[in-house]
Design a protein around this ligand. Structure first.
Ligand SMILES: CC(C)(COP(=O)(O)OP(=O)(O)OC[C@H]1O[C@@H](n2cnc3c(N)ncnc32)[C@H](O)[C@@H]1OP(=O)(O)O)[C@@H](O)C(=O)NCCC(=O)NCCS
Length: 150
């Protein structure tokens, strides 16, 4: 059973210690970089949580939450980072986090969740496709934009 927890001074270090496989680092930035991006990009309406299994940090998720879409900013609801720690992958955690996020944003009035991914060997597209995401046909720089209809 997973829970989403706020990141505070008390747990920041243990959440920043969650890392993906070295070969996946080209697809996603680290938790520490994500927190810096959140602080430096308030216009993207960052919202983020640590993912816990019991009392163990196993992942991180960050969205643009109800942002006004404009050039360079996808929204209103955009899944910006999803990280499950290397040793915790393949246990259904990634899908469970998406389900929790979908419940939260639906309750906030969202009708779709956007995300994007960088194509390449080991890309997360099969994961998103199984969950029901579809390509919108757009690209964001070198990333392919996906939509999940809610
Ligand atoms: C992508 C990621 C979040 C998936 O998390 P996870 O907890 O391992 O995924 P789940 O266990 O919930 O997997 C759900 C399904 O997707 C599949 N899947 C997961 N990651 C996959 C990948 N990279 N390629 C192919 N299939 C994948 C699983 O096999 C599983 O399929 P099944 O239901 O048929 O068994 C995780 O691998 C990760 O953090 N990757 C590195 C960072 C990244 O690429 N993030 C996304 C871009 S921001």
């Amino acid at each position: 059973m997973l829970s989403l927890r706020e990141i505070t001074d008390a747990n920041r270090d243990e959440v920043c210690a969650v890392r993906v496989h070295p070969g996946q680092e080209k697809f996603v930035d680290s938790v520490a970089k994500s927190l810096r991006d959140a602080a430096s990009t308030p216009e993207a309406a960052p919202w983020y949580r640590a993912v816990y299994s019991g009392d163990s940090p196993v992942g991180f998720v960050m969205l643009s939450w109800n942002v006004l879409p404009r050039p360079g900013i996808l929204g209103p609801y955009f899944l910006w980072r999803l990280i499950i720690g290397a040793e915790h992958q393949g246990r259904g955690y990634g899908s469970e986090v998406l389900k929790l996020i979908v419940e939260l944003i639906r309750a906030d009035g969202a009708t779709e969740l956007l995300t994007s991914y960088q194509p390449g060997d080991g890309e997360p597209w099969p994961f998103y496709q199984r969950f029901g995401f579809e390509p919108t046909g757009e690209v964001d720089g070198d990333e392919i934009v996906l939509r999940l209809r809610l």
